[in-house]
Design a protein around this ligand. Structure first.
Ligand code: C5P
Length: 359
């Protein structure tokens, strides 16, 4: 079992809309969101060998990454070893090579946790081992997959989405995840403001806004239910229609016979006309410079305008989605002129997410 270390890509995510409910008794908030994975990634490397007692060592090329149990990847590995029915004991070394921006909203830490788990599974051949003991075979694999989603949800609300990848509906506190039909990739520019946003503080500001506007728990529940139905029906429409082809990847595409991309599958879902991120209401009020970055990403009124632009999660990262590479590059140039750092990437469908996962 001792061999080469396993290297896994740990991709970033954005939120294609995010509806927040009133505060709950458990300290969390109900959410309705659509997560979308991006090509941008960190690399997580794991070496693991069976041992008498479990020990975990974590290192990173970035001094800001915690190297103890505060790290989500650490907790994920620790809990996964305990959760595997046969109680694996292992010596585990995790290395996190940070390439993703440190700005919040991209789920980088959460993705690292899932990448560490996938690498650990490969290193210890966990699925194989579990298949040889009751309940055996595919049932054992299914039980383990459900277990992984449970552990991920305990590690953090936006961790389980990375066990699905592609376009993902997120409900409850964001940990309750369902795969949506993948959309054809679009160009994405991530804007990286110098300032950060505290997620717990953004939620507290949201609570104050709810109180001021008299948003009741009942009304917010209705709002979120309507939102998840709207998402479901919009994505139901992405089933390939006459004139559109599904590529070898199973991704709905415009068809190869078109001279160039003329319309985006994302626009065809209809969501770009009505989605919004509720965090913008509180975060932009606190930090107007972020609203300005969204405006720059949008490029409204120009030929290179974004299909959609928004804050991602509670920020501070923002993103714009574009039909062509040229449009995206124009957005990068606008940001650069304004002194704002950016990254050019693409949205990453589920098939590609899993195909490229293990390096
Ligand atoms: O689940 P996670 O550890 O990422 O959440 C961090 C904090 O964000 C929570 O302690 C809570 O204050 C807030 N949160 C929330 N509602 C959610 C998710 C997170 O209030 N749905």
């Amino acid at each position: 079992m001792v061999g080469m270390p396993t290297q896994v890509r740990s991709h970033a995510k954005i939120n294609l809309g995010l509806g927040i409910g009133a505060p709950r008794a458990d300290g969390f908030h109900a959410l309705t969101t659509v997560y979308q994975t991006l090509e941008l990634y960190d690399v997580v490397t794991v070496t693991a060998r069976p041992a008498k007692a479990t020990s975990i060592r974590l290192t990173s090329n970035d001094a800001r990454v915690p190297t103890d149990s505060r790290n989500t990847a650490w907790r994920m590995v620790e809990w996964a070893l305990k959760a595997a029915q046969m109680h694996f004991e292992a010596e585990v070394e995790i290395h996190i090579e940070k390439r993703l921006p440190v700005q919040g909203g991209l789920g980088a830490g959460s993705a690292n946790a899932v990448a560490a788990l996938i690498a650990l599974e490969t290193e210890l051949e966990i699925v194989n081992e579990l298949s040889n003991v009751p309940p055996f075979g595919q049932v054992a694999e299914m039980v383990w997959n459900v277990k992984k989603l449970e552990i991920a949800a305990q590690v953090g609300s936006d961790v389980p989405l990375f066990l699905i990848g592609g376009t993902v509906l997120g409900l409850d506190r964001g940990q309750d995840v369902y795969p949506l039909p993948d959309i054809e990739p679009v160009w994405c520019v991530v804007g990286l403001p110098e300032t950060g946003v505290s997620t717990p503080q953004a939620f507290r500001d949201w609570d104050a806004l709810c109180a001021a506007e008299g948003l009741t728990a009942e009304a917010s529940e209705v709002k979120l239910k309507e939102l998840s139905r709207a998402y479901a029906s919009a994505f139901a429409g992405t089933i390939p229609q006459a004139g559109y082809k599904t590529g070898s990847s199973g991704v709905v595409s415009n068809g190869d016979d078109l001279a160039g991309p003329q319309e985006s599958a994302l626009v065809r879902t209809g969501i770009t006309s009505w989605i919004e991120n509720d965090f913008e209401r509180v975060v932009f009020a606190q930090q107007p410079s972020l609203r300005e970055i969204k405006r720059i990403l949008s490029g409204t009124g120009t030929p290179e305008a974004a299909l959609y632009a928004s804050l991602s999660g509670s920020g501070s990262a923002l993103f714009g989605l574009y039909l062509t590479r040229g449009d995206a590059e124009a957005a990068c140039a606008r940001l650069q002129a304004a002194g704002v750092e950016s990254r050019l990437t693409r949205t990453l469908p589920r098939t590609e997410y899993w195909r490229g996962m293990v390096l």
